[in-house]
Design a protein around this ligand. Structure first.
Ligand code: GSH
Length: 292
């Protein structure tokens, strides 16, 4: 279904498009922001620029990171498009959908739910990894700007975990992955236990198929090309919601190379942390997308 353009906003010499389209996976209209860098408007026909998908964390819409993550700063210099999807369907009307900030609306966890009522519409894995890219790359208005063969993925918190799992589940689909403060081992933290039992049911073996720390053990794709940043003053890190050490340990035990985890003294979970290191994450993607 074609995208409706709700707003066009100048940003770092390029343009941020606030879009909406009807999703078959979620059965709802989905908001998504697309940033096109200045290079996209410098010639006609435009160059096909590589694409970075950014997956947001709990409670977020496409706006949070577009407004204050500062990915557009470095993306504009390098000639990289950035796609900011939403974090769940909206307005399905499932009982309890908006009762808590860490489950239901704003908290889709980038899985395809298998439990009622969530299995209707809460299909953010299929939406983000398949439907949205297919729709964008095939779109009559926006597809001609984008290179479907050069795609990377990144994200924050729940979205950092989403980026890691989509990358690990789909070898070759993305050229690299990075994450800010990811919920790295959701089967073993309160946020993940709540989300996975609600969306996937009580069988913990099912959870393993959607847990980055478990998936990394089975990785056979060679050098991982993964960058992870964590702030040591992040309260969620201190409360044991993120568990990045478990991811590092699993990679080490499995002999998986190419995972860089950096701990930054004094940084918290917020966009002050993200904006500080977003250039690094864009550079990481750009290196693997042939821009650097
Ligand atoms: N609502 C939660 C915080 C949730 C939270 O920090 N969400 C992060 C992602 S995990 C976020 O990006 N929030 C939106 C924002 O800060 O703009 C609380 O009050 O503790």
């Amino acid at each position: 279904m074609a995208f409706e353009t709700k707003a066009t906003i100048a940003s770092f010499g390029g343009k941020l498009f606030k879009l909406s389209h009807q999703s078959e996976e979620t059965t709802t209209p989905m908001a998504v922001n697309l940033y096109l860098p200045p290079q996209s408007f410098a010639s006609d026909p435009p160059p096909r620029v590589p694409v970075l998908f950014y997956l947001s964390g709990l409670t977020c819409t496409p706006e949070n990171c577009s407004e204050k993550g500062f990915f557009q700063h470095r993306a504009s210099q390098l000639g990289l498009a950035v796609v900011y999807p939403d974090t769940s369907p909206r307005g399905l009307g499932h009982p309890g959908e908006t009762d808590s900030w860490d489950f239901g609306a704003g908290a889709g966890f980038y899985v395809d739910a298998t439990r009622d009522p969530w299995r209707r519409g809460y299909r953010m894995e299929s939406y983000v990894a398949r439907e949205l890219p297919r729709a964008l790359f095939g779109d009559p208005q926006y597809g001609r700007f984008l290179d479907p063969d050069r795609v990377s993925i990144t994200g924050h918190s729940m979205g950092g975990h989403g980026a890691l799992t989509l990358y690990l589940k789909n070898p070759g689909l993305y050229k690299s992955v990075s994450a800010f403060a990811p919920i790295a081992n959701p089967s073993r933290c309160p946020w993940g236990e709540k989300a996975f039992s609600g969306y996937l049911g009580p069988d913990r073996d099912e959870w393993k198929k959607h847990d980055a720390t478990e998936l990394i053990r089975a990785w056979k794709g060679g050098d991982l090309k993964a960058l992870v940043d964590v702030g040591t003053a992040d309260n969620f890190y201190k409360q044991g919601q993120l568990l990045p050490e478990n991811l590092e340990k699993a990679a080490k035990e499995a002999g998986v190379e190419g995972l860089t985890v950096r701990y930054h003294e004094g940084y918290d979970h917020s966009y002050y942390f993200m904006a500080t290191f977003s250039d690094d994450h864009v550079n990481h993607a750009a290196k693997h997308l042939g821009l650097l």
